[in-house]
Design a protein around this ligand. Structure first.
Ligand SMILES: C[S@@+](CC[C@H](N)C(=O)[O-])C[C@H]1O[C@@H](n2cnc3c(N)ncnc32)[C@H](O)[C@@H]1O
Length: 297
């Protein structure tokens, strides 16, 4: 098997992306800084502070920058390719800030909004129901205007639009996502050996996923310390073999879409058996009603 190569770049994301060629990557996965205003701590989870960059910006400037970054990525990803953008709903003085409000202003076609159920809340006060979800936008670069793209294999589609796994805890980076997340995104959308990009790579989780799946990768981060962390993780990626296997074990199906359809499986209330049961039930109900409405004399 050919070796996979990783390029790690210390630098500002937007400036670095501007220097990368058009149509040069196959897929990308990222979780950018969330502009969480470092002053406001969660109750259960430690305050997120990055080594080399502040996570406090004017919200308008932040959103504008994210649009620019996503549009640069659109230029860099090949036609037909995907980009997965992990973000969350935030509130600023009671006003809801939804990531789709700026994702919708980019060149990308949004193929799906996936809910990541992290199963743990950062803040357990009662200002609102505990927020355990984050979002993952599956974005595609259409070929000839086709925004539908190729059908997923059954083993990936059955993962559903709600992904349920906890956040990463072992990694020393302040805000890593778990290996499951980039593994699922990349495996579902990229079969041939290709190039995977993470423009805010942090501790290198996406790059490790790319390596396990035998792709080349590009990671960018402002912090030299996180880039070193990524390099170290890539050198020792086999120590994460168990996490890799746990996710890949979920990518199995007993029957494909075609087999299920042929056998009348999984068509909910329209399965032939359920329709038969309903028909005989309503025939019995009709008989009962007729009997009850018959005059007694
Ligand atoms: C949410 S973390 C990414 C974590 C990563 N997914 C992982 O699993 O380790 C966001 C990263 O963006 C980096 N960052 C923030 N602003 C940046 C910028 N303008 N240019 C490059 N990197 C930046 C931070 O240093 C941080 O590592």
């Amino acid at each position: 098997m050919a070796k996979s190569l990783s390029s790690l770049i210390v630098g500002d994301t937007l400036e670095t992306l501007k220097g990368l060629p058009d149509d040069s990557c196959d897929v990308g996965v990222t979780s950018p800084p969330y502009n969480k205003q470092e002053k406001q701590k969660g109750w259960l989870v430690k305050n997120v502070k990055y080594a080399n960059v502040s996570d406090v910006k004017d919200e308008k400037i932040y959103q504008q920058e994210q649009i620019q970054v996503l549009n640069e990525l659109y230029r860099i990803i090949k036609p037909g390719g995907s980009f997965f953008y992990n973000h969350k709903i935030r509130w600023e003085r009671g006003v809801l800030l939804h990531p789709f409000s700026w994702v919708a202003k980019t060149h990308w076609a949004c193929r799906q909004e996936i809910i990541w159920d992290r199963q743990i809340a950062a803040n357990i006060r009662g200002w609102r129901f505990w927020q355990v979800d984050e979002r993952i936008y599956w974005l595609i670069k259409p070929i000839n205007g086709n925004k539908i793209g190729e059908e997923l294999e059954s083993k990936y589609a059955k993962q559903t639009s709600v992904w349920r796994f906890p956040p990463e805890r072992k990694n020393p980076h302040p805000a890593p996502f778990p290996l499951n997340l980039p593994l699922r995104c990349i495996a579902a959308t990229t079969k041939e050996k290709g190039v995977v990009i993470d423009p805010y790579c942090g501790g290198g989780t996406t790059l490790v996923a790319a390596k396990f799946l035998n792709h080349d990768s590009i990671g960018v981060d402002m912090s030299e310390a996180y880039i070193e962390m990524s390099q170290e993780r890539l050198n020792n990626y086999l120590s994460e073999q168990k996490e890799f296997e746990n996710e890949i074990a979920k990518h199995q199906v007993e029957k494909t879409f075609k087999q299920r359809k042929e056998e009348g499986m999984n068509v909910g209330k329209f399965s032939p058996e359920k329709v038969k049961v309903r028909k005989s039930q309503s025939a019995r109900n009709r008989e009962q009603q007729e009997a009850q409405s018959r005059p007694l004399w």
